[in-house]
Write a protein that binds this ligand. Structure first.
Ligand code: AMP
Length: 283
């Protein structure tokens, strides 16, 4: 496995790969890897000749400085896990390498209402920072395919919209959510939960599973109100939002019939940790 820290090095290597017609699959991450990340990387390895995984804790997408400071950094362990998954290239740049002074790294995309609700409403500036770093990394790596998790539902929808508006050829492959045995979506932030909080966190997905069952028989507004009440009853849990939206446009829905695919997205705070989960309701 190759490890590159600079743009010049990785671009030289990938240009050689491209000259041999190798397809490049790319998985952007912030490190502190777990099975969820590895599922994306394994998919990139099986679909492409070259799998590139970036590890970069992007300061511009953190609206909370304390969250940035406490974000886990486990580069050595991440490297061993990626090697085990058959990954070919790690790109682990410095902040100065990603955002060199004088370089315009703005994304220039208008997301409209897609970015204003859900995570966008609770984390001002987060999606601008996310779009900025994803565009910059895609410009550097120029992948044929990019692998993203359904876990960050709004994020992958916005990235698809960004690539569409920029007319980039990179295709986004959205991969299913990898969960702990009790249903909790794996996340680098789960390690900050106390044992009691961890126990509570396992109930979030159970509420979404129940919501999926009742959404078939009850009006969506009623099913949503019930689920929100159930989230509030989880010990120590404070839901930031629960929304039922069109899976592509992220527009809020009142009826199933108004969209081809419907997704319920929630973020629940437990202790200091914000936990994201979602479920496609009409799958
Ligand atoms: P992060 O390092 O948290 O920025 O995540 C990097 C990528 O891994 C994103 O596309 C996430 O959606 C994806 N990811 C994170 N957790 C999971 C999970 N439990 N299952 C599948 N993908 C995930």
């Amino acid at each position: 496995m190759q490890i590159f820290n600079t743009v010049a090095e990785i671009q030289q290597y990938l240009n050689e790969c491209r000259s041999k017609n190798a397809a490049i699959g790319f998985t952007p991450t912030m490190g502190a890897l777990h099975e969820g990340h590895l599922s994306l990387v394994r998919r990139a390895v099986s679909d492409n000749e070259i799998s590139v995984c970036s590890i970069f804790v992007n300061p511009t997408q953190f609206d909370d400085k304390a969250d940035l400071d406490r974000y886990p950094r486990t580069l050595e362990r991440d490297g061993a896990m990626l090697e085990g998954a058959g990954n070919h290239v790690i790109f682990a740049p410095s902040v100065a390498e990603v955002y060199p002074p004088g370089l315009d790294t703005s994304h220039g995309v208008d997301f409209g209402e897609m970015a204003d609700q859900m995570e966008g409403a609770h984390r001002p500036g987060h999606f601008d920072g996310m779009a900025q770093v994803v565009k910059r990394l895609v410009d550097i790596v120029q992948p044929n395919r990019m692998y993203m998790g359904q876990k960050d539902y709004q994020q992958q929808a916005l990235v698809k919209e960004m690539l569409r508006q920029l007319d980039y050829k990179t295709k986004v492959v959205t991969c299913e959510i990898i969960r702990e045995p009790d249903g909790l979506a794996m996340s680098s932030r789960n390690r900050h939960l106390t044992p009691d909080e961890r126990e509570s966190a396992g109930h979030i997905n159970k509420v979404l599973r129940r919501l999926k069952e009742v959404a078939e028989i009850l009006p969506l507004a009623v099913a949503k109100a019930q689920a929100l009440e159930q989230l509030r009853h989880i010990p120590g849990a404070v839901p930031d939002y629960l929304e039922i939206v069109d899976a592509v446009t992220l527009k809020r829905l009142d009826n199933f019939e108004d969209a081809q695919s419907v997704v319920a997205c929630t973020t629940v705070r437990i202790g200091k940790v914000r936990l994201l989960d979602n479920m496609i309701l009409n799958e």
